[in-house]
Design a protein around this ligand. Sequence first.
Ligand SMILES: [Zn+2]
Ligand SMILES: [Zn+2]
Length: 109
Amino acid sequence: MEFCDKCGAMMIPATEEDGTRVLKCRSCGATKTLAGKLTVTQNIERTPRDKIVVVEDNSIPMPTTAENCPKCGNNEAYYWTVQTRRGDEGATEFYRCVKCKHTWRNYGG
Ligand SMILES: [Zn+2]
Ligand SMILES: [Zn+2]
């Protein structure tokens, strides 16, 4: 409840011609600007980066392919594909050297 500073009468909510919400004195017509609470809500959306999933379960037999290991030069590597979350990128190929277990990703596409 608000009272007029000038005459002490009760003030009622009103809207001025420009749309400003005010309190208006019923007796003398004086107005007060409504100081509304300003609540700012910020939604920060965090997009986690795509993680490279490396299969570590050696119990699953993996197919091998003729691929040169960049580490030891062996010409045989296990390979598998991982579907990235972005569907337009397609699957990413991974290789693991059968000799030294070095794992790398096929960037060639
Ligand atoms: Zn008044
Ligand atoms: Zn190797």
